[in-house]
Write a protein that binds this ligand. Structure first.
Ligand SMILES: CC(C)(COP(=O)(O)OP(=O)(O)OC[C@H]1O[C@@H](n2cnc3c(N)ncnc32)[C@H](O)[C@@H]1O)[C@@H](O)C(=O)NCCC(=O)NCCS
Ligand SMILES: Nc1ncnc2c1ncn2[C@@H]1O[C@H](COP(=O)(O)OP(=O)(O)OP(=O)(O)O)[C@@H](O)[C@H]1O
Length: 230
């Protein structure tokens, strides 16, 4: 099994690239969706948030008020750290279960779309690491227009993550998404070819079918050895 890391900065275009992977038949685990699921009303993550931030961050129906919590944590690094520490174990085990489900299905290449891949050091489990990069002016413009936020709020969110240029320097593959969608789609084709290359023998061993072959071969070997000993 090949675990491909997909990351970048906020609004750099990870979901756009994720959608292209999905459209090409490659499954994607989306950490933002996992992070949403683990804080649904009544879950362990939800209880921890209410304990730490109080009822002020709840909507009338009891769900987390994401806009309110976002305002708090993106303007206060200490509070953000608290939230990250509380949710990290829930998010990583959620990602693990999603991978396991796809592994059981026999998927050989899985893309992990994780905005904080480097920040959480999960990059060590993925190869190759793809960084979706945009220049800062484009990033701010797209973030403001997508989320309807001010430039200050956009900068706060960008500064809550490691610098995108640094992430770019750590990448195995960089997708420059500063141009048009058509240009990005063209670049994506090359990335798709790269990611779809035949699995290495290590990756084959980590896949469901590879593990199954090892188990069968070992069992046959043991049976033959026992037969020879009798
Ligand atoms: C703060 C919250 C409530 C804001 O929710 P909102 O719906 O406005 O944003 P959403 O979850 O869609 O995230 C949008 C983007 O913000 C960035 N982001 C989210 N959380 C963080 C964080 N803790 N630090 C830095 N950037 C973050 C990511 O690039 C993400 O793609 C939410 O992002 C959250 O619960 N974050 C903590 C969980 C987390 O770390 N998520 C990232 C998964 S690796
Ligand atoms: N090449 C492009 N040209 C124009 N707009 C784009 C391009 N790529 C992405 N966008 C737009 O920019 C915004 C951010 O893109 P996207 O949601 O894919 O980023 P993201 O990295 O997944 O964001 P987040 O970190 O918040 O999850 C979206 O509104 C998207 O439609």
């Amino acid at each position: 099994m090949r675990l491909v890391g997909l990351t970048g900065g906020i609004a750099s275009g990870k979901s756009t690239i994720s959608n292209l992977f999905k459209a090409s038949g490659i499954p994607v685990v989306d950490a933002d969706i996992v992070a949403r699921n683990v804080v649904q009303k009544g879950t362990g993550g939800w209880k921890k948030i209410v304990e730490a931030f109080g009822n002020d961050v709840l909507l009338e129906n009891g769900e987390i008020d994401r806009a309110r919590l976002g305002q708090i944590v993106f303007s206060d690094p200490e509070k953000r750290q608290v939230l990250n520490r509380l949710l990290a174990p829930h998010i990583s085990s959620g990602i693990f279960w999603e991978i396991l489900k796809l592994w059981i299905k026999g998927c050989k290449v899985i893309v992990l779309d994780i905005p904080l891949l480097f920040e959480t050091k999960m990059d060590q489990w993925t190869h190759p690491v793809i960084v979706v990069w945009v220049n800062e002016a484009t990033q701010i413009e797209r973030l403001m227009s997508r989320d309807g936020c001010s430039e200050e709020q956009a900068r706060n969110r960008i500064n809550a993550q490691l610098a995108l240029d640094w992430k770019k320097s750590q990448a195995d593959i960089v997708i420059d998404n500063s141009g048009t969608l058509d240009e990005t789609k063209e670049k994506f084709q090359e990335v798709l070819r790269n990611v779809s290359e035949p699995l290495t023998w290590k990756e084959r061993l980590r896949s469901r079918d590879g593990l199954f072959s090892v188990v069968v071969c070992t069992a046959v070997g043991v049976l033959l050895a026992q037969k020879n000993l009798l």
